[in-house]
Ligand binder design. Sequence first.
Ligand code: SF4
Length: 58
Amino acid sequence: MNDQKNPNIHCTVDQCAHNLCTENYCTLDQVHIDTHEANPTVKECVDCASFVKRQECQ
Ligand code: SF4
């Protein structure tokens, strides 16, 4: 896993394996943002499709 933060992608999802949880940034070069709704209207409708469940915070 890459342990360098991407300063352009702030993220607080510590449960994701791509999150540098000590600094609240993503470590990927880019992420895929998606929606689970047919017609999204609020931010809760939008998801990071690059999420991968981590085993533990490192
Ligand atoms: S992949 Fe998505 S959820 Fe995971 S750290 Fe990056 S931006 Fe956050």
